[in-house]
Ligand binder design. Structure first.
Ligand code: NDP
Ligand code: 2IT
Length: 448
């Protein structure tokens, strides 16, 4: 084992020992540290100054009780989290996830990845993430509002426009951000851009709703272009049917691709003629129903039980946009067998490490989450700028900035991969490029 491998090995052992029962966090740290091997060889100062040991430890982890009263008058208690991971290049920034599977380890993996993703955007934002094990499914409007109010009654003390700026993630969209914002304002009396993804009438930015999905497709376009390909007439499969999935499908369609399958946690719909996005939007954004209802309105489509099956649908391009570890080795092998040419991650860490190896060793163009889904948080940072300047940019202005940002992220990621001898490996490129900026800032700011 070389010296840098030995260092990585020790750091990982420490992470596993100090953070027991947090497999997703271990997975996220392992991927980044493995990519950093050539960096450690070139820059021993990052080891000597303790940058590596510091970067894997959150600056602050907040856990709190979230009590609320349901429609039957029963008291419910959930757990709230905010992990403020790294504030070296800007205030903590990252979404809130409301899903029954949420625990500290999941929030830590998301917060850790957010550091490097936010760094790649080129904008001044640190890394953080939060959420709750609250399950919004089946809850009434009033229950969601009371939950959000209780959540913010504690969170407000820890956040602020120049401190920590939360946003949406799974289970948190415009509706929840509205309730959270109202309660923040009530608790503090401040009207500041403390959350992003706000409604357009109270400080939200145009394009934020579309940004993650659109950004993902802008990234793919760049990746395909560099390989003398484009999206026209490509068959696309997209997992999930939430915010990221819907707007990835919209932009892919606008650029000439055909989306033939989408899913939720119950199962997936397939339509060889192409999915009708208006129906998906109505079912998901307006009526909050299940994707299985789609086939009632489109007789040429079929619903299949179980969300894993979507990866057996033949396609040119696959966009996992649901959740972590949704593509395992077996699914990846099936996708390769079916001739997939590109995979781009809209969700955070949707491919297991084994699945990533399958794609890379079979020359599938692979766009890792940190780079490919950074358009959402980048546009959040644009919302913060507009709030700071008390102005709003037009749709085209924000969209064109988003396109530039995604282009820059692609160029930066692929250039750094080349510089470190891993041509075409965007996982390594994204991890190294994201890390270098944060590491240099940490060095400059001393041991704090
Ligand atoms: P939404 O809540 O809008 O949608 C999530 C979608 O994924 C739903 O269709 C949901 O189905 C499905 N899903 C969630 N959990 C599971 C699960 N355990 N198994 C199967 N399907 C599941 O969330 P977003 O679209 O905002 O987020 C999707 C992914 O993108 C997440 O990984 C998130 O971290 C990531 N992301 C989001 C950004 C944003 O700006 N919103 C930015 C960057 C990344 P069901 O309704 O049945 O649960
Ligand atoms: O994972 C992510 O980047 C997000 N959920 C968006 C975070 C944000 O602050 O907009």
């Amino acid at each position: 084992m070389g010296a840098s491998q030995q260092i990585i090995h020790e750091l990982l052992a420490e992470v596993v020992k100090r953070n027991p029962n947090e497999p997703e966090f271990h997975q996220a740290v392992l991927e980044v540290l493995e990519s950093l091997e050539p960096v450690i060889e070139r820059h021993p100062e990052f080891v000597e100054s303790g940058v590596l040991r510091r970067i894997i430890e959150p600056e602050r982890q907040i856990m709190f009780r979230v009590p609320w009263v349901d429609d039957d008058g029963h008291v419910q208690v959930n757990r709230g989290f905010r992990v403020q991971f790294n504030s070296c290049i800007g205030p903590y920034k990252g979404g809130l996830r409301f899903h029954p599977s949420v625990n500290l380890g999941i929030i830590k993996f998301l917060g850790f990845e957010q550091i490097f993703k936010n760094s790649l955007t080129g904008l001044p934002i640190g890394g953080g993430k939060g959420g709750s094990d609250f399950n919004p499914k089946g809850k009434s409007e009033g229950e969601v509002m009371r939950f959000c109010q209780s959540f913010m009654s504690e969170l407000y003390r820890h956040i602020g426009a120049d401190v920590d700026v939360p946003a949406g993630d799974i289970g948190v969209g415009g509706r929840e951000i509205g309730y959270l914002y109202g309660q923040y304002k009530k608790c503090t009396g401040l009207y500041t851009g403390v959350l992003t993804g706000k409604g357009l009438t109270f400080g939200g930015s145009l394009v934020r709703t579309e940004a993650t999905g659109y950004g993902l497709v802008y990234f793919i376009e760049e990746m395909l272009k560099a390989n003398r390909q484009n999206l026209a007439n490509k068959i696309v499969v997209i997992s999930g049917s939430g915010n990221v999935a819907i707007y990835a499908a919209e932009k892919a369609g606008q650029l000439g691709a055909k989306v033939v399958a989408m899913s939720d946690s119950d199962g997936y719909i397939y339509d060889a003629n192409g999915i009708d996005l208006d129906t998906v939007k109505r079912l998901k954004e307006v009526e909050r129903r299940r994707i299985r209802a789609y086939s009632k309105y489109h007789p040429t489509s079929e619903f299949f039980e179980g969300s894993q099956g979507i990866w057996s649908v033949k396609c040119d391009i696959a966009l996992p946009c649901a959740t972590q570890n949704e593509i395992n080795e077996e699914s990846a092998l099936k996708m390769v067998e079916n001739g997939v040419m590109a995979v781009a991650e809209g969700a955070n860490m949707p491919s297991t490490p084994e699945a990533v190896k399958v794609f890379q060793s079979n020359n599938v163009l692979f766009a890792p989450a940190k780079a490919a889904n950074a358009g959402g948080v980048a546009t959040s940072a644009l919302e913060m700028s507009q709030n700071g300047m008390r102005c709003s940019w037009t749709f085209d202005e924000v969209d064109s900035r988003l396109q530039d940002i995604m282009k820059n992220i692609y160029n930066q990621t692929s250039r750094v991969a080349d510089e470190y001898g891993c041509e075409g490996n965007l996982v390594t490129g994204a991890n190294i490029a994201g890390f270098l900026k944060v590491a240099n800032a940490m060095m400059a700011q001393g041991v704090v």
